[in-house]
Write a protein that binds this ligand. Sequence first.
Ligand code: PNS
Length: 163
Amino acid sequence: MATAIYPGSFDPITNGHVSILRSGLVAFDKITVAVLNNEKKKPLFTVEERMQMIRETVVDLDLDADRVEVDCFEGLLVNYAKAKNVRVILRGLRAVADFEYELQMANMNRHLNEEVETVFIMANDAYFYVASGLCKEVTKLGGDVSKLVPRPVAPKLKAKLGL
Ligand code: PNS
């Protein structure tokens, strides 16, 4: 069975992430969406809240829940992959700006464990500019991102920001 880990902060999950997940499900039999548990990044949502939003999104969009696992991890991603016995890391690529960061991470992960491969999927061009950070900033400033994040996320984002 072709399995991949799709890691990220998912603070919160956006439609860009969903587009990668959808494409990933074409390429892989099973995907583990792995939320990074790192308080140092000062996430807006707790790990549990982020995982819950991903689960609700999978249900809301009628994605094949049997093929999507939602989990969290801390520490090195390659160690998590090894513990799960998974050898593929899935990452999304948007604009050129992502490339350097992704190249660095993929090479570092390869250096740490050469048995783990990173595979990239291009984000749907409709979501090329969508990033969790921008969605948070725009919401905070009163802008509407309801078309850029999954349905279960939009009200939670507003509520979390006290709007
Ligand atoms: O959504 P993000 O914030 O771009 O995801 C980044 C993530 C979680 C994939 C990356 O920060 C990560 O893998 N962190 C775990 C620590 C680690 O393994 N670091 C070494 C690889 S660069």
